[in-house]
Design a protein around this ligand. Sequence first.
Ligand code: FPP
Length: 225
Amino acid sequence: MELPRHIAIIMDGNGRWAKKRLLPRSAGHREGMKRMISLSEHAFDLGVKYVTLYALSCENLSRPQEELDGLFSLFRKYFSENIARLLQKGIRLKIIGDRSLLPPDIAALSRKGEEETAAGERGTLLLAIGYGARQELLAAVNAAVRGGRELSQAEFAALLSTDGIPDPDLLIRTGKEKRLSNFLLWQSAYTELYFSDKMFPAFTNADLDRAIENYAGRERRYGKI
Ligand code: FPP
């Protein structure tokens, strides 16, 4: 079975998962964090080399402060408790997104996590935090304009936050919605899309296996015949 080398996940539905259980939204995010750790470890164990998780978009940053504070606490917990595990498993951490939009201590913790895991060779975990594809593309366009000459696709891609990372083969979105929500718009030009009605905290490792199986059955032609 052909395995995707790079899986990207839009982890949607934490809030609705919690609401249905009469729990605060923060409980959905907490459960989502557990799922995210389990799913990424499962993917790396299968042999997937890159996993990108959309944890916070630029647009999410205008959610109520109370919700953001809950998410930021989870990010702090994640970076404080999980770096050792990534290190032990040989996984390199890479943040994509605008760190200046985050509380400074989280920006620093995430940078420390990247530095500590930099030698990891088994796989790369990309966390999209404060990420927006249009923002990323516009920054690249502005850098290109400053350079004052036309660029090739490869030169342009090198100006994106995913420089050096192959494009996602499979993009999964949980939570029923069928849209890309400003995620990896350049990088997903030929990505296979998979939508699940399950809310993210309910999306199991077996669901990931099913998505990979579904991917393996597709024919990728990249516009050719
Ligand atoms: C979308 O669900 C999810 C988020 C905005 C946050 C994702 C965060 C995590 C999975 C956990 C923590 C992450 C890290 C990196 C430690 P939603 O809130 O939009 O759900 P809804 O659409 O049902 O309201």
